[in-house]
Design a protein around this ligand. Sequence first.
Ligand SMILES: Nc1ncnc2c1ncn2[C@@H]1O[C@H](COP(=O)(O)OP(=O)(O)OP(=O)(O)O)[C@@H](O)[C@H]1O
Ligand SMILES: [Mg+2]
Length: 370
Amino acid sequence: MRLRSVELRDFRSYETATVDLGPSLTVVHGPNGAGKSNLLEAICFGCTTRSPRTRNDRELIRFGADAARVSLSLLDDRDGEHTLTVGFGVMDGDAGLQRRIRFDGAPVERASAIPDRPLVVVFVPDRLELINGGPAIRRDHLDHLLAALWPARAAHRSEYSRALAQRNALIARIRAGSSSDSALESWNLELARHALRLCADRAAAVEAVSAGFTARCGALGLAGEAVLEYRPRTRAGTVQELAEELRQRLAADLQRGYSTHGPHRDEIAILRDGRPLRAYGSQGERRLALLALLLSERAALAQARGCAPLALLDDVMSELDEERRRLLLSDLAAADGQSVIATTDLAHVPGADAEDVRRLRVAGGAIEAR
Ligand SMILES: Nc1ncnc2c1ncn2[C@@H]1O[C@H](COP(=O)(O)OP(=O)(O)OP(=O)(O)O)[C@@H](O)[C@H]1O
Ligand SMILES: [Mg+2]
């Protein structure tokens, strides 16, 4: 699936804009505050219905407007052209804010329901929280990755979460004296069954990217050996073993009022020479690690899905030296997919003047090809 063009309406600083993307690399350039990040954010929002910068959709609507809309024109090798439209705002005079997604004009509940929706990997400075933040952010990210790698396993996480919520509800009832311990046994087994499946998925997803991550960190010049390591909370190999672990923790669970053991407490460690980068890495080193992580995820997705995800890279070039810029560009080109790079300075992108590169100049609220 290739992204051919993007149409914006009242999105961030844009009243209206239409841009065509290149078949491989598109470079978005222009001065500070011109709207480069807004354009990348719009592309991400159109593909995933989520902004990489904010969870508050209201920020995406242009000041003074009622609703924002992003329309993507997609080209599929098999069955031609498609349109994916994501709108958000006040619609049909309704007072509340609504989100509306349409694929080829037909309403869809959520973007993940569209089997051929374009996959994206996004590098924006805010994503450093993936390295710097707590384990829940990395678990979420890993679970999104594994759903994209293997769509058939996408439901495993929500099935685990459901079982966990039910066990937690039962714990609360036992605490309140309105239920007995005996009812818990079947939920221990149910939770253990879903937990082991999720742990196996997570281990496989980390396995799919870890070698690429270590190699890219080295190539990008991160000193020492970088390792991505899945650290599951449990080492149980069978449902019975895990159910036994849950039984042993019942007293602690009852005291706290929730389940304290299971993959909802997993960590995905990002280490350099055995120490967590979030604690000991410099700012620049963490950026390199994030870039290496996203590039190796893109390569793993390209292999699993037969098509490289669209890579959106914002504000990455100015931080890299000439040699690393070249490495980044050749990594992007190797996966044979599309990428969009935003930069204040066109000269920071090696090969930006090549004929097959699409250059978009952003200035004064408008985007033009040049
Ligand atoms: N909802 C909105 N409505 C109108 N303007 C907005 C909205 N949200 C952000 N802006 C404005 O969009 C402008 C461009 O922002 P953007 O982050 O895209 O710039 P940029 O080209 O990436 O700049 P830099 O090179 O500094 O990263 C900012 O001046 C900001 O105030
Ligand atoms: Mg920007």
